[in-house]
Write a protein that binds this ligand. Structure first.
Ligand SMILES: [Zn+2]
Length: 168
């Protein structure tokens, strides 16, 4: 089910999410994927963005031109970044902050472990744009937004909204 997106300054976006049970993760992951797919160019979504303060997020960069390598659709449940290598600044947007984009420093390569929806735990290696998307979504689970990651106002850029792009 496509769910409404919570936008800044909705307080759920600043909350620290609790671990998800497998049943909760299954239910919320389906809605996260539906909602992500309903927004063109959206490459990830975290549970608090649809009003659920639990540690579930989805990422899928496979259709994005900046994604050189990827793992397809990722469902992250109680995920942990085990290792992070390298540093790189890149531009990010967020459905919860529709008016801006921001230059954010992230690790270039990450090793993540996550619960599987059918039991057990598995690992994910990600690099570049996909690693950036994962780090962005996992930040949401700790109440961290791109606004919290910028070090200067020069790193914030107003987004030209579609309504403003239309010719008069
Ligand atoms: Zn976001």
């Amino acid at each position: 089910m496509v769910r409404p997106i919570r936008r800044f300054p909705d307080p759920i976006l600043k909350s620290t999410c609790r671990p998800a049970t497998r049943d909760e993760a299954r239910r919320v992951a389906v809605d996260l994927v539906d909602t992500m797919r309903a927004h063109p160019r959206c490459v990830g979504l975290a549970a608090p963005q649809i009003g659920e303060a639990i540690r579930v997020a989805v990422v899928d960069v496979s259709g994005h031109p900046l994604a050189t390598a990827h793992n397809g659709l990722l469902v992250l449940v109680n995920a942990t970044v085990e290792e992070a290598v390298g540093r790189e600044v890149g531009r990010e947007g967020c459905l919860s902050l529709p008016a801006v984009t921001a230059d954010v420093r992230r690790a270039r390569r990450i090793w993540v472990t996550t619960d599987s929806l059918d039991g057990g735990r598995h690992e994910i290696w990600a690099a570049g744009f996909e690693a950036r998307a994962i780090q962005h979504e996992l930040d949401h689970l700790d109440g961290i937004l791109i606004l919290d990651r910028v070090t200067s106002v020069r790193a914030l850029h107003p987004r030209v909204l579609p309504a403003l792009q239309r010719a008069p």
